[in-house]
Design a protein around this ligand. Structure first.
Ligand code: X2X
Length: 336
């Protein structure tokens, strides 16, 4: 254990965990932080961030020890966002769409059918669009790391009947994550969306509170949603990622050299995790079919046309404003 002198303690600031002082806790790190997420332990988000935390501990000589709390163990996304803001947890990964309840522009990547493919996603999120969103996040007392982790392209699953055309969404009772954009988009399709945190999604499907939900294949597999769903429509209706967020006060409490190590390792794991998700996109179709999920190939353009006809793009262009919309269109081309 690295013993801390009172002088070191004073120099490193107030966020130092108090239990490190003279309690004889032999293994207490100088910075003992928590990272939480909503994802199952087998999902690449949890696997790769856990690897990053091990490297961080090693490379900081044990000074920074970040515990991983996956699978909504510490509460729903809504709860964890509050905990992050209050400092009860120091790190959290969250979809930009859910973060938009705090930082409205953070949902901009979720505009239906905005990104043609990953060739557009990463240059935008690692480039001007991501920078625009990160600057807004910073204004709300949170720090967003440069590299987003991937969630993936989202697909619609259902239990009672397959979704083949946009018309099949009429009156469809679907779970969506808590986010105004998600609700608006499925209303524009004529569906009947209900906001439910991911932590409650499996049981909401099992008890038929809703007929369906939408998520990328990696989540559907890791959270075993195929056990309570029968059909999967390959809509690719939205690309969604996870911002790796830090409580600003806790982040600033780390000395610069330690921040550098954390930053490097978290961003490095993001790049590897993106590749995991990309590969799972292809390999999971077979695996999920084998588990009984029936894949239905649809015409995404028909779904996009339905959104356009409902005035979805015009409405959200107005909401995000000309500047942000311009940054999005700069990355993906004209959207309306
Ligand atoms: O809540 C969801 O559906 C999930 C797991 O995809 C997100 O974190 C947005």
């Amino acid at each position: 254990m690295r013993h801390l002198s009172r002088r070191t303690l004073l120099a490193t600031g107030a966020a130092l965990p108090l239990f490190a002082i003279g309690t004889g806790k032999a293994n207490a790190a100088e910075f003992s932080y928590k990272y939480a997420n909503n994802s199952p332990v087998t999902h690449p988000l949890t696997i790769r961030t856990t690897e990053a935390m091990a490297r961080i501990k090693e490379k900081t000589g044990g000074r920074v020890d970040i515990g991983v709390f996956p699978n909504s163990q510490l509460g729903s996304d809504t709860d964890m966002l509050s905990q992050l803001r209050s400092g009860a947890i120091e790190f959290f990964t969250l979809s930009g769409l859910i973060l938009s309840t705090l930082v409205p522009v953070a949902s901009i990547n979720g505009i239906g059918f905005a990104f043609k493919d990953y060739g557009q996603v990463w240059p935008a999120m690692d480039g001007a669009l991501g920078a625009h969103v990160r600057a807004e996040i910073a204004k709300r007392g949170l720090y967003a790391f440069a590299k987003q982790y991937d969630n993936g392209y989202r697909q619609i699953t259902s239990a009672a009947k397959p979704i083949k055309t946009p018309e099949d969404l009429n009156g469809f009772k679907i779970r969506v994550p808590p986010s105004p954009l998600w609700t608006a988009m499925f209303k524009a399709f004529g569906a009947s969306p209900t906001s439910i945190n991911f932590s409650e999604t499996y049981s909401a499907l099992q008890t038929r509170i809703v007929d369906g939900q939408e998520n990328p294949l990696a989540i559907i597999e890791a959270a075993k949603l195929y056990e309570v769903q029968k059909y999967l429509a390959v809509t690719n209706h939205m690309w969604d990622g996870f911002w790796f967020l830090a409580n600003k006060k806790a982040w600033d409490a780390l000395p610069e050299n330690l921040r550098g190590i954390v930053e490097t390792e978290i961003n490095a794991s993001a790049v590897v995790q993106r590749d995991d998700i990309f590969k799972l996109n292809t390999s999971l179709r077979g695996a999920l079919s084998a588990k009984g999920l029936e894949f239905v190939d649809v015409d995404p353009q028909a779904f996009r046309a339905a959104l356009k006809k409902a005035g979805f793009y015009a409405e959200w262009k107005e909401k995000f404003g000309a500047e942000a919309w311009g940054v999005l269109e700069g990355a993906v081309g004209a959207l309306s």
